[in-house]
Design a protein around this ligand. Sequence first.
Ligand code: GLU
Length: 383
Amino acid sequence: MRTRYAPSPTGEPHLGNIRTALYDYLLARRYGGQFILRIEDTDQQRYVEGGVEALFSALRWLGLDWDEGPDLDGPRGEHGPYIQSERLELYRTYADRLIAEDHAYYCYCSPERLDEMRKAQQARKEPPRYDGRCRNLTPEERDKSEASGVTPVVRFKTPLTGDTVAYDVLRGAVSFQNATLDDFVIMKSDGFPTYHLASVIDDHLMEISHVIRGDEWLPSAPKHFLIYQAFGWDPPLFAHASRILGPDKTKLSKRHGAHSVLEYREQGYLPDALVNFLALLGWGLDDHTEIMSREMLIENFDVDRLLPNPAMFNAEKLLWMNGMYIRQMPVEELAAAVRPWLEDAVGRVDEGLLLQIIPIVQERIRLLPDIVEIADFFFNDGP
Ligand code: GLU
């Protein structure tokens, strides 16, 4: 069992994204396998400064430790590098192989031509797709295009007819008509691979056996299966987890009280509470168990109980759960957790006094900083 979390460093990780990291982590831990962290930074335009550090912090805060990843050496780094921008040579070699075996081709079409093509298709109310102009260039035409100085992209030669079947643990065989799939780009003109190519090559070379990812990637799955076929590789087992929606059934956003993972830390949520909450957003032990420790999650998690329908985010429930976790905390631990908030507000706090106060106020704390208002009375001597 080898699973992976393969985020793109495009900002602070949000709940949906980190939930798949949690699922991949739980699956690896359940079966004594490895959980691998890979940074997918091939889209240079979406790259955000500090994005990788934010990912590390979020995973560390939640205690989702990885067995292989960019910061690890020796046997824990043997499938590396784990940052895609450091693997460009490798992708190039594999793209060359696809070209040599007639599964891919150079495309010299200019952005202007592609733009015009797309507009014409729109006007005809056709779905946007590459029209295949460079698919069958004669050697002379190729030489002419080469001589023009255009840096080509590499496109995958998608079969023109028939279907591609992608397998998903939750949905079984999902069939896609090849005619709708397009000759998608696998290498860009900047020398970077696209997500599709890089993800397939890396999952294969890193020997990933199971991929749990968000269902927004389901439409990409047939492209991945086509690439696997072209290389003659076995794909991993995919499970596309259903999405998380707001209570009004629209895409989850700040409006619904959803924040980036690190914001929850700043607001005084406990990592164990957030882990518990996220695990149950799209997975369940049964129809009633709510409070589950990390150990219990690891013991019980499996892909067969991932829920097929979208999960509904409920900010109140997370707050309630956090309160439950706070109530279960040993006094010393809770004292240590609330101390920074308290000291920020009232200055240095005597340990003995704090340990006396905690049992009195513990029931009422839902977020760590609640301590300030609740216990203020004990630390201020009055006017
Ligand atoms: N880099 C993709 C993301 O940002 C990974 C998708 C996948 O897991 O294949 O979510």
